[in-house]
Design a protein around this ligand. Structure first.
Ligand SMILES: [Zn+2]
Length: 739
């Protein structure tokens, strides 16, 4: 306290600056003022004498100061190197209206005039045929002060070249010929282009501006395809010259696909043909609700082609006019339009789930073979009574005694049910898991449906479900799931991850990453695989798959028919999965036709086998797969077999017409029968409701339709992403694939 009192007495603050210091400060202040005046003087001089020159320089650099330089998004190439998607440079024509409008002092007239307007407008009209004088003048008057007026967007280089040449043209002395053409510059950006329009639209997807992939590979590999923007910095150096430094953009990486452009073309053309052939047949509209096709190499999981019938133009992805009339489109609300577009953009082959039907019978037979629960023959009397339901065979009168081979050839439900029961539910569902049903394949595409809630497990199944599951009903799959699992049946037992990208390369063509075949697991032994192949060969050469046979080629395969939704709706999914050649399969084709637009009596897998045959017919020679069978014999054996089957529902095989083998298909064209007996094959509507059949529908919803019987999370923890080690088939662990 005492100290404090003393301080005020000192009174030293006002004399903080000594006289000497004040003097110094004054001198410094004066110096600064002098310098400031000098600077102002200099600036005034610059403004007055050299103003125009500097101004122009600065203005012409407008838009260059710290400007972002866009990267080029990577391309997508097919397996042979054909460009399917690329980003080409395009240019926006930008007007610097303020610069064009600038008034300069004219020595001759001694007036300020706008000397840039006329020559610039003239040059624009000359070089851009669709630009009108009115619009340029409107821009120059209405947006007179704008530095950034977009006159045209996304012109290709050829379209702007003439103007660039005119603007930069110099005479012999190096002087600009058109110095008064000013204030027009070109802003470069990239535009995604798809040279083949709708080709592989479901697989490729598209991008929005800003390089954001929507659907397909554009989406799944968005980060790989995108690069990093560069930047351009402008500054004035010590000599007052404008300089710029450029940080180059890093361009995106390119995808090289397993897909083959020509195979994809074949598939899309054949699907389109089917859709047209059956247009307006049963009701107004295309040949089916959806038709999906997957072509893959069963020896490595490479997808060679994939499409459905709702393709769209990748260069104009929001165009609904392909599928709707103008009137219809105008009637849609915004939400409706979006829903329609989403349906079109979705890839049926991976997002849609359905009951596969008889194409899964080879899996049941394989399970029986693997577990050793086989019999020499099974007795088919046409019906089995299980869980209080009568479940019919495809042939109601019964097939009689059936060997394992015959049970596949004739698609016998009775035999399948017997096999499943002898195998037992534990082993049956263990093998469903081994075949990856209920699990995603993790194909490199977005939107693969989950099916874990759409299959039964050993804990929630019952006799009826086991019986119907044995022939492919009451559980759901996606196309890619079935095709991948089926590949393992015919390639020696190796489950390869299906994939579309073979390689990722950088800007200079160097490989960054390559995707060789990935074995996820061994499903069955080679011995079982060979046996199944033989059975499937017989199924195509003599059994229900005959109408898929291409003369001269050894082929194997299996048909399928299943009902969808409510059993009373009489809606069908018909299918065929086939491969060639049998000895060492090189190609697998899976065709699924969802609600073919044909009358009830014609709803059969013959539609799918016929479509598959057409695809195989084009495909096999293209792939250089050699004929390995005598054609003569095949074309006319005993008069009947060479005729294109499938067209003929009456068939020639003792009352079991091809294609009409499908369970769920009204036999003999008498749909009433089903209703009357209340025993639709495999599962009537009561069954579904009561037992909680896994419903079908979009991912995430399927389970809900299943009803009370289906547990909320029957998949969940029990399903590891990969095969359970102890669930490996005998011999599975010791046999790494040789190839
Ligand atoms: Zn039978």
């Amino acid at each position: 306290m005492a100290e404090r009192k003393r301080r005020p007495g000192k009174k030293k603050e006002p004399t903080k600056f000594s006289r000497k210091m004040k003097k110094k400060l004054l001198v410094m202040f004066s110096c600064v003022m002098v310098m400031l005046f000098a600077l102002i003087g200099r600036l005034t001089y610059i403004e007055q004498v050299k103003g125009e020159e500097y101004k122009k320089q600065v203005l012409s650099q407008q838009g260059y100061e710290s400007q972002s330089i866009p990267f080029q998004r990577g391309e997508i190439l097919d397996s042979k190197g054909t460009v399917l998607a690329s980003s080409v440079d395009v240019y926006n024509v930008i007007l610097d209206c303020r610069l064009i409008n600038e008034e300069t002092y004219d020595l001759e007239s001694r007036k300020k005039i706008k000397k840039y307007v006329e020559p610039t407008v003239e040059a624009l009209l000359q070089c851009f045929p669709d630009v009108t004088e009115e619009e340029v003048m409107a821009a120059l008057t209405e947006k007179a002060d704008s530095r950034y007026f977009v006159l045209r967007k996304k012109l290709h280089y050829e379209e702007i070249r003439e103007f660039q040449e005119l603007e930069s043209k110099v005479d012999k002395k190096g002087k600009k010929v058109n110095p008064n053409v000013q204030g027009v510059w070109f802003e470069k950006e990239y535009q995604r282009e798809y040279p083949y329009g709708n080709l592989a639209s479901k697989v490729l997807g598209f991008t929005t501006s800003g390089n954001e992939g929507i659907g397909g590979l554009e989406d799944y590999y968005n980060d790989v395809l995108n690069g990093i923007n560069g930047r351009q910095y402008g500054f004035l150096n010590s000599d007052n010259n404008f300089e710029k430094t450029i940080k180059d953009p890093i361009n995106g990486r390119t995808l090289i696909l397993t897909m083959d452009l020509n195979i994809q073309k074949i598939v899309q053309e054949r699907i389109a043909e089917f859709q047209e052939e059956h247009r307006d047949e049963e009701h107004e509209g295309p040949g089916s609700n959806q038709t999906g096709v997957i072509v893959m190499n069963p020896q490595n999981g490479e997808i060679l082609a994939m499409s459905d019938s709702l393709v769209y133009d990748l260069n104009n992805p929001r165009d609904l006019s392909l599928y709707y009339t103008e009137e219809e489109i105008n009637g849609f609300s915004e939400q409706e339009q979006l829903d329609k577009l989403n349906k079109i953009w979705q890839n049926y082959c991976i997002t849609y789930t359905y009951e596969p039907g008889s194409t899964t019978k080879p899996f049941t037979v394989a399970t029986a073979l693997e577990t050793g629960k086989t019999r020499e023959w099974y007795d088919c009397d046409g019906v089995e009574k299980i869980g209080g339901h009568e479940i019919h065979c495809v042939q109601r009168s019964g097939h009689g005694p059936q060997t394992m081979e015959e049970s596949l050839m004739n698609s016998c439900n009775d035999a399948m049910m017997a096999m499943a029961f002898e195998v037992g539910k534990e082993a049956f569902y263990k093998y469903q898991n081994i075949f990856n049903f209920g699990l995603r394949t993790n194909i490199d595409l977005p939107g693969e449906a989950r099916t874990d809630t759409l299959i039964y497990t050993v804990d929630n199944t019952n006799d009826t479900s086991l019986a119907t599951n044995a022939f492919g009903q009451n559980f759901n799959v996606t196309m890619v799931q079935l095709a991948s699992a089926f590949s393992s049946l015919i390639n020696g037992g190796y489950y390869y991850q299906p994939h579309l990208v073979k390689k990722i390369v950088d800007d200079n063509g160097n490989t960054v990453q390559s995707f060789d075949k990935t074995v996820l697991k061994q499903t069955i032994s080679r011995q079982t695989s060979d046996t199944i192949k033989e059975y499937l060969y017989k199924t195509v050469s003599e059994g229900t798959g005959k109408s898929a046979k291409v003369a001269g080629y050894s082929m194997g395969g299996k048909t399928g028919t299943a009902q969808k939704g409510n059993r009373d709706d009489k809606k069908y999914v018909v299918s065929f999965i086939g491969f060639a050649p049998v000895e060492n399969p090189e190609v697998l084709v899976y065709v699924v036709i969802d609600e073919a637009n044909v009358i009830l009596e014609k709803q059969s897998s013959a539609l799918a086998t016929e479509l598959a045959k057409r695809i195989f017919t084009d495909l096999l020679p293209y792939m250089n797969i050699f004929q390995d069978e005598e054609t003569e014999e095949l074309e006319n054996p005993e008069g009947t077999e060479g005729i294109p089957e499938g067209e003929n529902p009456e068939g020639n095989e003792g009352g079991n017409p091809e294609g009409n083998e499908g369970e769920g298909t009204p036999e003999g064209g008498n749909p009433e029968e089903n209703g009357g007996e209340n025993t639709p094959e495999g599962g009537n509507s009561e069954e579904n409701g009561g037992e909680g059949t896994p419903g079908e529908g979009p991912p995430g919803q399927g389970g809900e339709e299943g009803g009370a019987g289906q547990p909320e999370n029957p998949g969940g923890d029990e399903y590891p992403a990969e095969g359970i080690p102890e669930a490996m088939p005998e011999g599975g662990e010791e046999a790494p694939p040789e190839e």
